[in-house]
Ligand binder design. Structure first.
Ligand code: NDP
Ligand code: PMR
Length: 387
């Protein structure tokens, strides 16, 4: 993945290079995003991903002729929007016409194909390169996004990898165990850097969302299926999560367990959301949220699992646990957390009941421990070079 970061620099992405105010005769509320088709020359593929995106003037809900206020189109960045939940949410949001979606993906061509395949309209999205397995790539993404000149109204930290059968760790470009490196540390840096951009946005409801999961919460049946999530005293993380010279597991265990590493990373995601809330909600007004979207048993998340698991998991979740949700339904749920006017409360972990109604769910004791969240924050800052 790190290699891919080098081969697919962000310049390969087709992004609106400049966001300039074009005053239309009848409506001053819209910006026209000037477009640039960038060719994926080295791959001899011409992919048209960014077209005119009507992003209205940052600064405002504008008074329309009938006296009603209209809110400009929002800009949402979704990581890992090339498949599964991220793609479904990107589609759901783009289809409303109220959102321009920036699909932050490690595989540009896959994302372009996925967006087309999902029927997303030209002009409703922009694809930009982001490989969360490289902190340099995260920084490059932030630079590219800023150069594109779009406002940032919502950020969804959605991408993840799950390596359930791995018995030995793999590492990010910066040398951190891959599951925690991608799912937590890459997103931690991204969220911290983009917080500045979100603070500049005038959008009425700005939201920063980080995906959590039931399997990281030991107060549920699903969270008690071994291996159980648990960060211990974070000694493995504090030592650098490097494996060769210590542990690749957050809790410092000697042996590596890929399934546990994923669940641990989800605890980190949920703790980070709450720490962001404590540190920044009052000061910035930004809503911080996490969610469990339901068991989307058909996504690429399970690509590394054994074939028998991939065959039986969807019917097991559909007919036995009844926790199954389709990708489309999960996309609507995530889209709700991004834009539903009733989900503005900050610091919340959202879930949905059997009638698909959202409710504030309880996190496990560990996933809501403020001391642990603070410690995780401080160690993570050091690992990503912010402290
Ligand atoms: P998918 O595998 O379908 O999607 C994951 C996305 O993350 C893909 O787009 C993938 O890119 C991307 N990704 C992986 N590694 C990187 C990287 N290094 N840099 C950038 N992007 C990367 O899984 P889901 O849609 O199921 O998962 C989405 C989120 O939902 C995750 O956070 C997961 O933890 C959460 N979740 C999922 C549940 C489920 O039942 N599926 C349940 C609860 C939570 P690519 O397409 O290139 O592989
Ligand atoms: Mg689980 C009670 C219901 C329930 C729910 C909602 C899930 C969700 N799971 C439940 C129960 C069970 N699971 C039971 C009883 C078993 C034992 C047979 C079981 C097993 C199981 C496995 C082996 N479940 C799994 C796995 C995985 O590899 C998945 C995982 O842990 O990924 C990290 C998984 C999941 N079960 C879920 C959900 C949502 C997942 C995967 C996605 C995630 O947490 O991100």
């Amino acid at each position: 993945m790190a290699l891919q970061a080098a081969l697919l620099p962000s310049t390969l992405s087709s992004v609106p290079k400049k966001c300039s105010i074009a005053v239309a005769a009848k409506d001053t509320a819209f910006l026209s995003v000037s477009q640039k088709k960038v060719q994926a020359a080295s791959l001899s593929v011409r992919t048209r991903v960014a077209t005119t995106a009507p992003v209205a003037t940052p600064g405002s809900s504008t008074a329309a002729k009938d006296g009603k206020k209209t809110v400009r189109q929002g800009v949402v960045v979704i990581t890992g929007a090339s498949s599964g939940l991220g793609l479904a949410a990107a589609k759901a949001l783009a289809e409303t016409g109220k959102w321009h979606v920036v699909m932050a993906c490690r595989d540009f061509l896959k994302a372009a194909k996925a967006a087309k395949g999902a029927g997303m309209a030209d002009g409703s999205y922009t694809i930009m390169h982001l490989d969360l397995a490289s902190l340099d790539s995260v920084r490059q993404f932030v630079d590219s996004f800023r150069r594109a000149g779009m406002p940032l109204d919502s950020l969804v930290c959605n991408a993840a990898i799950y390596r359930p059968t791995a018995r030995t760790p793999t590492f990010t470009a910066d040398g951190y165990e891959m599951s925690v490196g991608v799912n937590h540390l890459g997103h931690f840096l991204l969220a911290r850097l983009l917080l500045d951009d979100m603070q500049k946005s005038d959008y009425p409801s700005r939201r920063l969302i980080i995906l959590g999961s039931i399997t990281g919460n030991t107060n549920t049946l699903a969270g008690n299926i071994p291996p159980k999530a648990g960060l211990g005293d974070l000694r493995g993380l504090a030592a650098g999560l490097r494996g060769q010279n210590g542990s690749a597991m957050i809790d410092g265990s000697e042996s590596f367990d890929g399934a546990k590493a994923y669940k641990d990373s989800k605890i980190c995601n949920m703790l980070t959301m709450q720490e962001l809330h404590r540190r920044y909600h009052e000061e910035t007004g930004i809503t911080f949220a996490s969610l469990y979207p339901g068991c989307i048993a058909t996504t690429g998340l399970f690509r590394e699992h054994i074939p028998l698991f991939r065959l039986l998991f969807p019917p097991f979740q559909k007919f036995v646990t009844k926790g199954f949700v389709s990708e489309a339904e999960s996309g609507k749920r995530l889209a709700q957390v991004v834009s539903d006017p009733s989900l503005t409360k900050s610091g919340v972990y959202w879930s949905w009941n059997k009638d698909s109604a959202s409710f504030e769910n309880q996190l496990s004791q560990e996933a809501s421990d403020p001391e642990k969240a603070k410690k995780l924050w401080e160690i993570s800052e050091k690992l990503v070079g912010l402290a």
